[in-house]
Design a protein around this ligand. Structure first.
Ligand code: XMP
Length: 321
């Protein structure tokens, strides 16, 4: 990472020029996922080539609870008109039977592209504007680097695609993207949003994905977010850089009432980081962890055990897959 000070206003001007020069007189498609990177990229694209851009949101059925409504509202608040594509059954169907993390990532990366190509055909778009940032391509490997994980928007892309890529944020790290979001006057709830992986909850369900498991992780993530945000507001702790729940594939034995139970384990993960390249697990107060554990096991049938992940990155990555 460079030590030179980053100047967001200068960056925005250059990024807009780059998008304008790349797209020329043709049309482009871009997608917002609700995360800061794609939102910033879409905003820059909308400023650079207004009238030549279609902005889509793909509801892949793997988003956090209530996310589609939140994304639509956030886009409306900054005047971005979204084309919402319901691809829930397509994603769940394609992932059926896949349990290996890289395989899941490739399926998701490819399906996103096929959907974008389908939409691009309808509007005659030749370019796909993506919010890829530096850690995405660094971790996706190549040029002598090992593949840590294929980020859906880089290593997860299919070999053949009909769209040419335009990636204005490619050299930026997350904290710089946030500075750009702020300079673009996006709402703070967007530019300061915790990161969310492109393959969404599929990488927070270790192993095979199913509709039931998605529901469990959605509920567990909502509880973790709710309790940690409350604890931070009450000054019991600093808000972590990223905080969520993940689901392990194996069941363990427990007791519910007087009866034997055989249920899933949820992993609570909260980390401090600057750019996602390295991270330390957050020191969440025990009383907060206890509240999270009680709520998850009380409110989510099928979950009988909650563990807190005390692994730094390295050696762990932030997401479990
Ligand atoms: P890891 O798990 O590799 O994650 O330590 C580092 C940061 O990147 C996010 N992440 C992704 N973001 N596409 C993305 O846009 C992806 O495929 C992807 N995988 C992980 C992760 O949430 C963390 O913030």
């Amino acid at each position: 990472m460079s030590n030179l000070p980053f100047e967001p206003v200068k960056f925005i001007k250059r990024a807009e020029e780059y998008v304008r020069a790349t797209v020329g007189k043709s049309t482009a498609i871009t997608a917002v996922s609700g995360g800061v990177d794609s939102f910033v990229a879409a905003t820059i694209a909308a400023r650079a080539v207004p009238g030549q851009l279609v902005i889509v949101y793909v509801d892949n059925g793997l988003m956090r609870k209530g996310e589609t409504g939140r994304v639509k509202a956030a886009a409306e608040s900054v005047g971005i008109k979204l084309l919402v594509i319901d691809a829930k059954s397509e994603f769940l169907g394609s992932l059926a039977g896949a349990s290996e993390p890289e395989k899941k990532r490739k399926i998701i990366g490819e399906l996103f592209i096929r959907i974008f190509e389908r939409e691009a055909k309808k509007c005659g778009a030749r370019f796909l504007i993506q919010g890829t940032i530096a850690p995405d391509w660094i971790e996706s490997g190549g040029l002598g680097r090992d593949t840590i994980k294929s980020h859906h928007n880089v290593g997860g892309l299919p070999e053949k695609m009909d769209l040419a890529l335009c990636e204005p944020l490619r050299e930026l790290y997350k904290h710089e993207v946030r500075m750009v979001g702020r300079a673009l006057r996006l709402p703070e709830a967007i530019y300061n949003r915790q990161p969310f992986p492109g393959p969404a909850l599929a990488v927070r369900i270790v192993g095979e994905v199913s509709e039931d498991k998605v529901r469990i992780v959605q509920d567990a993530c909502a509880i973790v977010e709710d309790e940690l945000e409350k604890a931070a507001a009450e000054k019991k702790m600093e808000i972590p850089w990223q905080y969520f729940a993940a689901l392990l594939p194996s069941k363990t034995v427990g007791v519910r009432g007087d009866e034997r139970a055989y249920q899933y384990t949820v992993v609570v993960r909260a980390v401090r980081s600057l750019d996602g390249m390295t991270a330390n697990f957050s020191h969440v107060p025990f009383e907060v962890l206890q509240k999270i554990s009680t709520r998850i096991t009380n409110e989510i049938r099928d979950v009988g055990r909650v563990v807190y992940d005390v692994t730094n990155k390295p050696p762990g990555t932030i997401e479990l897959e």
